[in-house]
Write a protein that binds this ligand. Structure first.
Ligand code: SF4
Length: 200
C-alpha cells in the first residue's frame, strides 16, 4: 500500500524537482516524506533530507540507501531498535537537488518538525526523552524548534539543559562521511550505545 503524504507546495524549487523526478523515476515515492515510527516514541532521530534513491524512493526516512543501512545497523547493534520506541524524520521532507536544502526551505519545513516534536515532547509525562540530530544543519533546525541558542555542533555531544529532554549531536551517516572515514560504523554504534544508556 502506498504511503500517504501531504501535498505541500511551500518550496517551489523542491516542488519542481520532485515533479521532474516523477517523470524520471515513476516507481519512486517522489513526495514529502513523512516521519516513520510511533507517536509514542521516546527517541527522535532527525536527518537532513530524503536521499534521492533512499527515502525519496521508499517513502520512509533513511529506508533504502547506504545512509539508512548505516543508521539501522547502528540502532540494531546498540540495542536501541528492540528496546526504545523511536521515530525518524528529516529537517526537510522533500528531496533537494544535490542534498542541499536552502535556508528558506529549511525554514519552510520547520513547522512540520515543530509539530512532530510538540506532539512527542510533553515534559513531566512519559514522552520524548532524546533527540539525535544527524549533522549540523539538522542540529540547527532542532535548536530553532526547541527555541535554544544555536549550539556548537559537536559529534557525540549530549546536552541535557532542557527539562526531561537530551539533545545529541552526531555526524550524518552520509556516504561521503562514511567513505572518507569522518564517521565510522563503530563510532555511530557507540554513539547510540550512549543514547541507549540515557534510558536506563
Ligand atoms: S520541503 Fe517541506 S515545506 Fe518544502 S515543499 Fe517539501 S514538505 Fe513543503
Amino acid at each position: 500500500m502506498r504511503r500517504r503524504s501531504i501535498n505541500c507546495v511551500s518550496c517551489p524549487r523542491l516542488v519542481e524537482y520532485r515533479t521532474g523526478n516523477r517523470q524520471r523515476f515513476p516507481a519512486y515515492f517522489n513526495a514529502p516524506v513523512p516521519p516513520s515510527g510511533p507517536r509514542s516514541a521516546r527517541l527522535l532521530i532527525v536527518g537532513l533530507a530524503p536521499g534521492m534513491h533512499g527515502a525519496n524512493r521508499s517513502g520512509y526516512p533513511f529506508r533504502g540507501d547506504d545512509s539508512g543501512r548505516a543508521l539501522f545497523t547502528a540502532l540494531e547493534d546498540a540495542g536501541v531498535a528492540d528496546a526504545i520506541p523511536y521515530r525518524i524524520t528529516n529537517a526537510v521532507r522533500c528531496v533537494p537537488p544535490g542534498n542541499r536544502p536552502t535556508g528558506e526551505e529549511l525554514g519552510n519545513c520547520r513547522r512540520f518538525l515543530n509539530d512532530d516534536i510538540a506532539t512527542l515532547w510533553r515534559p513531566g509525562v512519559r514522552s520524548l526523552r532524546c533527540v539525535v540530530a544527524l549533522g549540523g544543519v539538522a542540529a540547527a533546525s532542532v535548536d530553532r524548534v526547541l527555541e535554544r541558542r544555536r549550539s556548537n555542533f559537536q559529534h557525540g555531544s549530549i546536552d541535557r539543559s532542557l527539562p526531561h529532554l537530551a539533545v545529541v549531536h552526531s555526524y550524518h551517516p552520509s556516504r561521503l562521511n562514511m567513505n572518507t572515514g569522518r564517521l565510522k560504523q563503530e563510532e555511530l554504534t557507540a554513539l547510540f550505545v550512549r543514547v541507549a544508556a540515557l534510558f536506563s
